[in-house]
Design a protein. Structure first.
Length: 158
């Protein structure tokens, strides 16, 4: 039986709140807000924040809805609800690949335009933050994020 640690029992050498998870969340929320703003400014005002569940890396172009649900850690019902919305708005389509009866998710030209708005926004943020903290520091930050995200995707770390 383990005894939960109180905040007072954490060694002083370790940083205190806000911890890195909270800091990552704050930054991520800012990034999402900026992406949504860029999407709306590009003329896609019907795109909602919930749609980022589908429009996130890796993009679902040519993916089975069930695989998308697994990848995003969502129920198939929730993913299908979002896909239906995105289909009605003209961002994705579900169709069978040649020689198959399984329907896959594909981005439409309108969906690819949303992706272009997202990528443009992310490039601007990259440039802005690189200037704010210095190119070398920002490049190191991105390298650390890549290393941690690779490690987090290993089966033993889930």
């Amino acid at each position: 039986m383990s005894i939960p640690l109180s905040p007072d029992s954490i060694p002083d050498a370790l940083p205190g709140p806000p911890f890195f998870g909270a800091l990552l969340r704050v930054v991520w929320q800012h990034v999402r807000d900026r992406m949504l703003q860029a999407i709306h400014e590009a003329g896609f005002v019907d795109f909602q924040e919930a749609h980022f569940a589908v429009f996130s890396f890796p993009l679902p172009d040519g993916m089975r809805p069930s695989e998308l649900a697994r990848q995003k850690r969502m129920s198939r019902q929730a993913v299908n609800y979002l896909l239906s919305q995105l289909e009605d708005l003209g961002y994705v389509e579900r169709r069978a690949a040649d020689g198959s009866d399984r329907r896959l998710v594909y981005l439409t030209p309108r969906g690819h335009e949303v992706v272009a708005a997202i990528f443009g926004c992310l490039r601007q943020l990259h440039e802005q933050w690189s200037k704010e903290v210095g190119k070398e520091r920002f490049d190191d930050f991105v390298d650390v994020l890549k290393q941690l995200s690779t490690k987090a995707q290993e089966p033993t770390n889930r």
